[in-house]
Ligand binder design. Structure first.
Ligand SMILES: [Zn+2]
Length: 439
């Protein structure tokens, strides 16, 4: 392997100074940076970068400019609190020149926590042997701390890379990433490759993400007192027929669609790569009323392979077929609308140089064999590949209870992440001649 001595030295430093990474993670977990409230965590990142001698670029998303982008949608956090006081932070480590640039990225936002379900405090880190408990330890403040630790140890060993490194702490990934990664890319940070330290279970790596649409279906009827039901048209009866048709569509799609990367790590995922789910049904608001309107809200998700237009078309056709066969609905068609999160699927060819180097190094660090997986949920890497044709992968710690109670990450898997990322940066960006203490 090229650069082997250098990588060993950086790896050794990463292990020896692991306490610094754990301390940083503890500080980050102590800030309640639920989506929309990322600022206090970003302050810590700014201080950390400045402490490393870097000059972080700090800005709030420009929503008017972002609106012009084809991937734009208004995130729920934007609608709730806007983008004021919600900075992205990027620190650039200048390369000596002549090498490829690499972004190392993580998101500061975390999902909320129902603290009643937790054994440990959710917004305070608790260490139990190798385990670090707390909201965001795995998804993904742990990955952020590992990135910082990797860069800090590269600097500490005086490794001068040929290409630039962009070290990024972003907003609202859990909400779709418009004000986060998309804003970073639109700011002008367009590297040759990108690694996002999401908890993808090192040495396994990400190669795909799912398409996602949230939809609202309004089914009309005619309300009436239940005692004079002959005067009404029960919208819930109509909606149930549509619901059954959507269940059949879901079953038919599940049987038809096969995407192996989605179930390489979790065999139970097989047959569930695509999902059409109704999560809420709102009918009348009183037992003695025949519902005059029903509103169903659902989520449609699918792996790479189908265009958004094709998938949405199947949903629309199914609803229209039910309506056409019903006398009332034929004259009072249901209304289908989309809202909130809007993600289009992406896939990166695993043969891409960045992905091969990252896999090689993650296997070298861990001594285990890795696989490329993904495609059952949305994530930020899609912005790189889909809209800027920049190869990107997810490389991060083992996830435990993410989005659930007692989320934790192990120090071991964070150190494996940091070492894999540092080694990949050395290979991908190249090392300036004569630099690094090994010469
Ligand atoms: Zn995440």
């Amino acid at each position: 392997m090229e650069h082997e001595a250098l990588k060993r030295r950086v790896s050794k430093r990463i292990d020896e100074r692991s306490a610094e990474m754990v301390t940083l993670l503890g500080e980050l977990v102590g800030e309640r940076t639920e989506i929309g409230h990322e600022a206090s965590g970003q302050e810590i990142m700014i201080e950390t970068f400045e402490g490393m001698g870097l000059e972080p670029d700090v800005w709030t998303p420009d929503v008017d400019a972002l609106r012009k982008h084809e991937a734009f949608f208004e995130t729920q956090a934007y609608q709730a609190v806007g983008y004021d006081d919600r900075p992205n932070v990027v620190a650039t480590v200048d390369g000596a020149g002549g090498g490829r640039s690499l972004a190392l990225s993580g998101h500061m936002d975390v999902v909320p926590a129902n603290e009643n379900e937790w054994t440990y405090p959710a917004f305070e880190m608790t260490q139990v042997d190798d385990r670090l408990y707390g909201r965001g330890t795995a998804d993904m403040k742990g990955g952020l701390a590992a990135i910082v630790h990797a860069v800090d140890c590269l600097q500490g060993e005086a490794v001068e890379l040929a290409g630039d490194l962009y070290v990024q702490s972003t907003l609202e990934e859990e909400d779709g990433g418009v004000g986060g990664i998309l804003s970073v890319l639109e700011r002008g940070y367009r590297p040759d490759g990108a690694i996002i330290a999401e908890p993808w279970d090192v040495p396994n790596l990400g190669m795909a993400s799912a398409g996602v649409r949230y939809f609202e279906l309004t089914v009309p009827g005619k309300s009436a007192h239940v005692g004079y039901g002959y005067e009404g048209v029960n919208a819930l009866d109509k909606a149930m027929v549509i619901y059954e048709a959507l269940r059949e569509l879901d079953a038919e799609r599940k049987a038809r669609i096969d995407y192996p990367p989605a179930y390489r790590l979790e065999p139970r995922m097989r047959g569930h790569e695509t999902n059409l789910n109704i999560g809420t049904i709102q009918a009348a608001d009183w037992p003695a009323i025949i519902p005059g309107e029903v509103v169903m809200r659902g989520r449609l998700g699918w792996p790479p392979g189908e265009s958004p237009e094709a998938v949405v078309g199947e949903l629309r056709d199914t609803i229209e077929a039910v309506a056409a066969a019903d006398e009332w609905l034929a004259d009072h068609p249901p209304q289908l609308e989309f809202f909130g999160l809007r993600a289009d699927p992406h896939e990166v060819d695993p043969a891409t140089d960045l992905l091969q180097l990252a896999k090689h190094n993650a296997e070298w660090v861990t001594g285990r064999e890795g696989v490329f997986h993904g495609g059952s949920a949305g994530n930020d890497t899609r912005y790189y590949k889909r809209y800027y044709d920049i190869p990107a992968t997810s490389l991060g710690p083992t996830p435990n209870n993410i989005h659930g109670a007692d989320e934790f990450v192990t120090v071991t898997s964070l150190l494996e992440t940091a070492k894999s990322i540092a080694a990949t940066a050395i290979d991908y960006c190249g090392v300036a001649n004569g630099n690094g203490r090994a010469g």
